[in-house]
Design a binder for this molecule. Sequence first.
Ligand SMILES: *Cc1c(COP(=O)(O)O)cnc(C)c1O
Length: 245
Amino acid sequence: MVFNPRMTSHSTSLAERLAAVHDRIATACTDAGRSADEVTLVAVSKKHSPEAVAEAAAAGQTVFGENRVQEASQKIPLCDERLDFHLIGHLQSNKAKFVPRLFSTVHSVDSGKLMRALDAAAGQAGTSLRVFLQVNVAGEAQKFGLKPNELPSLLRRAEDCYNLNVDGLMTMPPIVRDPEDARRWFSTLRELRDRMRDETGFPLDQLSMGMSHDMEAAIKEGATFVRVGTDIFGKRVVPQEHPND
Ligand SMILES: *Cc1c(COP(=O)(O)O)cnc(C)c1O
């Protein structure tokens, strides 16, 4: 039988799985001729408890990712206030007002409307937010994210968002069996960033790409943030659909 690290997740501790993820990041960085401190690990704690967050924090993890404001607004107040939470999932602009007191960073800005709502919310809260623009690199109909050709006008509008630091791009590429096949989408995002940097003057230093199964491929293509859930916390339990969810 082929060794599958995910099958051991019940017999290993969270700290061990976290260390294994750090090892994979370090190895991928070495392979790519990059320094491991160029890549920040976002531990995706969605659908996991505040206790699991505390366990990861005790093992040294400081940056966490949540994909829903509703869940995060219940969980984050129960967590150590020194932890840094990032919003990584789609957000409706009418929920932007909840973001500044919960999150430092939003990876999933996918419309001008949301960008302006976040700017207003940050201003209201007397703070600023770091945001990444989410790009639908493969043009998948069912996925959130901007079309590449929408970026220039959005970045022009970002110049007036004084409470936002528009600092990079994010993508969720099509799911493929062999992570190496995802590399072309990660390189597409990097090349898009390079082009936007030249055209708009926004440095867009951060590339948020790569998850449990494809973080190595993303790092080889320049990821500065990888968002990893399953390989740290184990499989997410899918709860019964709530009618109002
Ligand atoms: C859930 C999620 C992840 C983590 O996925 P895993 O496969 O569990 O590592 C990363 N990014 C986003 C946007 C997610 O919603």
